[in-house]
Design a binder for this molecule. Sequence first.
Ligand SMILES: Cc1ncc(COP(=O)(O)O)c(C=O)c1O
Length: 473
Amino acid sequence: MTEPISANPSPLASDPAIAGHIDAIVAAARAAQARITGARPADPARQASFAQAMARTAAVRGRGPLMPYLGAGMGNGPLVELADGSVKWDMINGIGVHMFGHGDPRMLAAALRGALSDLCMQGNLASNPDSVAFAEFLVQEASRTSRLAHCFVTNSGCMANESALKVCMQRTGGAPRVIAFQDCFLGRSVTMSQIGDAAAYRQGVPLSTLVDYMPFYDPQLGARSTEMAVWHLKQYLHRYPGQHACFVMELVQGEGGFNVAPREFFMALIETCKAAKIPVWDDEVQSFGRTERMFCFEALDLGAHVDVVTVGKMSQACACLLTAEMNPKPGLLSGTFTASTSAFSVGLEALRTLRDGGHYGPDGANARLHAAFREHAARLIERNPSCFEPVRDAFGREHRNWVGGTGGMCRFTPYGGSKDRVMKLLHAMFEEGVMAFYCGHDPYHVRMLPPVGVMRPEHWGPVFEIVERAMRK
Ligand SMILES: Cc1ncc(COP(=O)(O)O)c(C=O)c1O
């Protein structure tokens, strides 16, 4: 498929001499990365300087990071070298950003081509054709199975969401309320941290946004869960007629615990919203690219019904996609920055690889990576039964669904989902050489967002060996 508009960040990028230099830089980087072949412990000689660097990191920020991560600026696919000389399997990738992991030659070349541009940062008043190509690419892919027609590029997932909310509010004549799922997460602005369902993320923030929370799908209840959710939604519509700007949904909940739901669940809610003329906004910032289709709405065959979709993370630059009817009046959406030229260049490379790299479908790379994850997780559970107690749900019922997620969103639930013990395990895994994170709110899960562009099913072997070692610790 040809690009609709030139995606070249600069005419210099097609100069054969410059292309030759880029190849030479990439080859030198590859040679240096070749020594990174597996997890290894920290270099004792670097421990003191690393501790100092971590202390400075905490001092300047006012608080240290959850894990003592400070990268060395080197890596090799799913492996990253830290400034203490240790090498870890990076199974979280800055919360799902780096689909090619660390130091990928394609991404390095794309970033170098981006660096040749006259502009480091692009914005709404200074766009080059590559930023238009990025937006067109997303619209072209999205519009195959939806009515999405426009794309507004932003510099974070949160700003994409702010844009989506403003568009929905304008469309509904300033309706003040938002319907959202329990355990949702939308970003860190004053408004998004109010809609997001985590009390700690809005401590001290005066509440100015009116949110009506809906239960997410409960697999234990099946169809009854859908019925109850629709009942719940109708209560809100009855209580506050004409007051809702939108229903925002993550079709796979990210922070909330990699929770999934069948199409019928979403369709029942969407139909209820449509009957009440409430726009449907699908937040795919975390799931974008990772399910069995580039867009999760496509995987669930919901494209015809979404009015606004937000994406980010693996796309490098973030975006708010809209149908023609949702296109707002001039003045509502703008901003100094859209993204850096290198982000557009790397983002386009990532998007092309997602489209053309065999990632999708029931037998695509994402599905196969997930199937291999489940096989390894099942073996882990079988070999360490004492670490996998039954998990208690919100109603106090116990279940044994210890493995979950879909595609490149993988989770398992040890220790009955106890936050304290999951956090201890994550720290032990980090020590041993695997970086992961948590998700969910009681139960808590071990969350992995592997680099789907470079992670192969056989990489799970060494990763799970380390996880098991950490569990035994
Ligand atoms: C579903 C979802 N929406 C929005 C965001 C916010 O994106 P950003 O952190 O780029 O602002 C995130 C980030 O984790 C997310 O998972």
